[in-house]
Design a protein around this ligand. Structure first.
Ligand code: FAD
Length: 469
């Protein structure tokens, strides 16, 4: 059996502590998991596996930390093989950059940077992995001031389909660098990310919980703020409404603001509408001065493990009427699902302010001319697999209705954020035809036989050139 031959080739080459044959706690069980120790191991893996992959005999998945919830994105079922980068660790801070191994968590980088009074654009969750965030846009606490996470990557160390290890930056392989700024796992396996750092002290912020009647005023305040010329670049705000059975005693419906001012100043007027909303659940208000490390730990603690989860998203103009209509569609949709065991359903708004879009030098197909924009994330968690179809089908329909409604108001935006998409969405297609064609061209240049297109099915592919030509 061809997969067995591919696994035998790996087992003959790598020491036994770097390869696990079958068996994972995850829902998908690969035939083998390879744990490379360094970039040379990754190169060896690619060279060994390429003939099997190109002959159509085996497929593989690339896994950073495995935080992205879309099924099959960073793991694969047998007879596939998973390349798990968890042992590619190491953090070095030098010359205004932080170099981070592809298997690190952001928390490890934050710990070292905080000690030196520095910051970096990374996940707001300490548990997040580096890979996807630095390859697909990436929202951090500092987006308004510093741009998307990918726009802060100055160099990627990449293992190409040939097995060669190259750098991709503004000066070395610049076309590949630009493609990776949004292109996901379509061009190679990144073994190290070099990101720009900046001076960063403690900052003020946290989360607070309140009730649905106040939500429309929060949406209004959020949009007003985004449309102010020269709006502060130091704020980071997310507003959510939804339902969780954890709040059943209070009726289950809740709203949450996560609001930050990214300098060491307390309770600035610019955050006032978002932090002073009343009534709120005072006992759950976590607003305080915090370090980057503390802020990311707090957000990590708010996520839940061991439950079923689906993220899906769309983008619209930051227009109050559109957003309130979208919130209404979401509310209608989740009512019949409230009885499902372990159901938590959130409608989360995260802005792409003009100051963030001005920093775009990537493949995403959005720019300051489009802004300000709003990302609408539908985030769902539930307990039982039997409910998968109902939950996903319900919110897929809700998202279609939201897009149709926005289109009818002239506020629809095609862009879909790759980190928050579900499998029925096509993020790369949403970057626009020119970007899509350019990405296909660069893929043909750096991966002429299509190893990462045909051999790595998960993680959102470029699609067939014929579909857009
Ligand atoms: C609790 C939680 C918090 C989150 N917080 C944020 C946030 O603050 N901001 C935000 O923008 N998003 C956030 N996300 C969404 C985002 O998808 C994940 O944070 C991100 O995917 C984590 O990266 P990872 O390396 O663990 O990805 P993985 O799940 O390991 O991989 C995701 C995809 O990236 C590819 N990939 C990963 N590493 C590499 C690599 N080195 N080379 C090539 N391809 C690679 C994989 O093949 C896969 O297709 C969050 C998600 C969750 C569940």
């Amino acid at each position: 059996m061809p997969t067995k031959e591919a696994i035998k080739a790996l087992a003959d080459t790598f020491p036994s502590d770097r390869i696990a044959i079958a068996g994972t706690e995850d829902e998908l069980t690969p035939a083998a998991i390879l744990l490379p120790q360094d970039n040379n191991d990754v190169a060896k893996f690619v060279k060994l596996l390429a003939p099997f992959v190109l002959a159509g005999n085996v497929e593989f998945a690339v896994r950073g930390v495995g935080q992205q919830p879309a099924p099959g994105c960073s793991n694969i079922d047998s007879p596939g093989i998973t390349l798990d980068l968890q042992n590619l660790t190491g953090i070095e801070i030098k010359d205004g950059l932080v170099s981070v191994g592809a298997g690190e968590h952001w928390s490890a980088a934050y710990e070292k940077l905080t000690e030196r009074g520095l910051g970096v654009t990374g996940s707001r969750s300490a548990l997040g992995g580096i890979g996807r965030l630095a390859l697909a846009n990436g929202l951090s606490f500092f987006g308004s001031r510093e741009g998307f996470i990918c726009d802060n990557v100055v160099n990627y160390e990449v293992v190409l389909s040939s097995g060669d290890i190259v750098n991709a930056s503004a000066t070395e392989n610049p076309k590949l660098w630009k493609a990776l700024l949004g292109g996901g796992n379509n061009f190679g396996i990144i073994t190290r990310f070099d990101l720009r750092t900046f001076e960063q002290g403690p900052f003020w912020g946290g989360a607070l919980f309140y009730f649905p009647p106040s939500f429309p005023s929060q949406v209004q305040a959020y949009c007003d703020k985004l449309h102010i010329p020269y709006a502060s670049k130091e704020t980071h705000i997310m507003i959510s409404q939804g339902y969780t059975d954890a709040f059943a005693a209070l009726g289950g419906h809740f709203c949450m603001n996560q609001a930050y001012y990214t300098r060491e100043v307390e309770k600035l007027a610019v955050l006032e509408p978002f932090v002073s909303v009343q009534p709120q659940i005072e006992a759950m208000n976590s607003l305080r001065m915090m370090t980057l490390e503390d802020a990311a730990k707090e957000q990590a603690a708010q996520s839940s493990d061991g439950v079923r989860c689906a993220y899906m998203n769309t983008t619209v103009k930051a227009d109050v009427t559109t957003l309130l209509a979208a919130a209404e569609i979401f509310n209608d949709s989740f009512q019949p699902l409230k009885e499902l065991e372990g159901m938590t359903s959130a409608f989360t708004l995260q802005a792409y302010p003009v100051s963030l879009l001005e920093k775009c030098n990537n493949s995403l197909g959005i720019s300051a001319d489009d802004g300000p924009l709003m990302s609408i994330l539908l985030l769902n968690r539930w307990k039982n697999k039997d409910d998968d179809e109902l939950v996903i089908g319900t919110f897929k329909k809700a998202l279609e209705r939201i897009d149709e409604d926005a289109a009818s108001r002239g506020t629809a935006v095609p862009y879909k954020y790759m980190n928050y998409v579900y499998n029925f969405q096509d993020p790369i297609g949403s970057y626009g035809i020119d970007n899509h064609q350019e990405l296909l061209k660069i893929s043909r240049e750096y991966d002429p036989e299509g190893l990462f297109q045909e051999g790595v099915p998960g993680g959102f592919k470029l699609g067939k050139a014929s579909a857009i030509e």
